[in-house]
Design a protein around this ligand. Structure first.
Ligand code: BV8
Length: 234
């Protein structure tokens, strides 16, 4: 086991569950009452932009009612106090890691609080509703879409992610079902480069067998314990 200096963490919807943010693959397999194909693909946006804009407007509005939980806060503490390299990659589009104080944070699937102008390709903060067709603050065109990576679109900053996975000594996956690629493949990349791998999840993920260690339980309980252990015995 090589010494642990560089840590890469991947989070998914499960880390926000205890904050009251719905995860995706509920028993009915629907996303907040919608089929994925109807709200989270470029084709869905072409077909029914108002449905898609409203789906994201409703999730954006909900952010005002939820708060970071102990797991988000513990990861921000680890980043602040860890002596080596650290990168937190999240699949989540909520702002809970940001509000918990994480800085070395990468939203690989975009963010609810950001909008992307299809006319000038500039990103700008969005607090209100895109279904009201606001003009782009940069170019004035009415052509804003959610700054979200839909199915069939390339996740953000993949080169930076691949470099971090190649250089990390420890890869930790928290609160993700391991159902969505390329994120679900990160554990195998990390392992290929010799990193140790740990999964913290309520249930075994689809990629559990690839992890050196799996800790099953709630992130709000297990992540703070793991962080304290890393900071005092890492
Ligand atoms: C792409 C934004 C190609 C939208 C999201 C093989 C290789 C490459 C691609 C594919 C492939 N096979 C299929 C694909 C296509 C597809 C894919 O993976 N499909 C799956 C369904 C099979 N992938 C893509 O399309 C990706 N793009 O491949 O581009 C390309 C190449 C070249 C050029 C152009 C393009 C893009 C995927 C991104 C889609 N967008 N999000 C939105 O949010 O509205 S993905 C979406 O799912 C969210 O980001 C979410 O985070 C993510 C994954 O879900 P999870 O986070 O894991 O959430 P889930 O509910 O599933 O699980 C929650 C887990 O938490 C559970 O395990 C549960 O047990 C646990 N849990 C619950 N409570 C707790 C808990 N754990 C701890 N504590 C708790 N309290």
């Amino acid at each position: 086991m090589r010494e642990i200096n560089n840590i890469v963490i991947l989070t998914g919807a499960g880390i926000s569950a205890e904050s009251g943010v719905a995860t995706f693959r509920g028993p009915d397999g629907l996303w907040e009452g919608h089929r994925v194909e109807d709200v989270a693909t470029p084709e869905a946006f072409q077909r029914d932009p108002q449905l898609v804009q409203t789906f994201y407007d409703e999730r954006r509005a909900k952010l005002k009612t939820v708060h970071p939980n102990a797991a988000h806060k513990a990861l921000a503490k680890l980043e602040a106090e860890w002596g080596g390299d650290f990168l937190l990659i999240t699949q989540n589009v909520d702002d809970l890691h940001d509000r918990a104080g994480s800085n070395r944070l990468l939203h690989m699937h975009g963010e609810l609080l950001s909008g992307l102008c299809l006319a000038c390709e500039t990103r700008s903060p969005v607090r209100g509703r895109l279904s009201d067709d606001p003009a782009c603050p940069h170019c004035g065109e009415v052509a804003m879409r959610p700054d979200i990576v839909w199915f069939g679109e390339m996740p953000y900053q993949m080169e930076r992610i691949e470099l971090a996975l190649a250089q990390c000594d420890l890869f930790v996956s928290i609160g993700t079902s391991g159902a969505v690629y390329p994120a679900a493949g990160f554990v195998r990349s990390a392992q290929h480069y010799g990193a140790q791998t740990l999964e913290i999840n309520l249930d075994p993920s689809e990629g559990s067998l690839y992890f050196d260690e799996s800790r099953l339980g709630k992130a709000g309980q297990l992540v703070p314990v793991w962080v304290e252990d890393m900071l005092h015995n890492g």
